[in-house]
Write a protein that binds this ligand. Structure first.
Ligand SMILES: [Zn+2]
Length: 165
């Protein structure tokens, strides 16, 4: 058994959806940890959610045995449940982010207008704006990341380059 490594706490509230696969037994006196039992393999352990998650997701890092009863299909489900919960915790549901009128980009036609560059460039720029805005919300980029010179360089590159062709 190795002692668990120190990890920095995450800024967002930890999501603990996998507790529902764990049976909670009686609480130890004064301790913060619950005695609990995995509903899949019936392993009993004393643990925090980190250990629950590592056990169910078969991650051998908390000094807890990985779950022998979780097959790859179940594992995939468990990972998704955790990922969805984490995404909701930062207020983002990736599926619900609208990208309006995406099917019209590049298809807009104007009668009597020979300016192909303008015809294609403008929708592309609109789309770029949308994609950048979507990426900001989707990834919940912290404000200090937006101020980073590296990030600015990306935006600058996108803005400076002619998007035609
Ligand atoms: Zn188990």
């Amino acid at each position: 058994m190795s002692s668990p490594k120190q990890r920095k706490p995450k800024a967002s509230k930890p999501q603990t959806p996998l507790w529902k696969y764990i049976e909670k037994l009686e609480k130890h006196d004064g301790g913060g940890n619950n005695r609990c039992r995995c509903k899949f393999c019936k392993l009993e352990f004393t643990g925090s959610y980190t250990r629950v998650r590592d056990h169910l997701q078969r991650i051998p890092r908390s000094g807890i045995e990985i779950c022998e009863a979780v097959d790859s299909d179940t594992l995939e489900k468990l990972l998704k449940i955790q990922a969805d919960a984490d995404a909701k915790a930062i207020g983002v549901d990736m599926q619900s982010i609208p990208l309006p009128n995406v099917e019209n980009y590049g298809l807009i036609k104007r009668k009597g207008d020979g300016g192909l560059g303008e015809l294609f460039n403008m929708p592309a720029r609109d789309k770029l704006d949308n994609l950048i805005a979507r990426a900001f919300f989707g990834c919940a980029i912290a404000n200090n990341a937006l101020r980073s010179p590296l990030f600015r360089e990306v935006i600058q590159f996108a803005c400076d380059n002619n998007l035609t062709g």
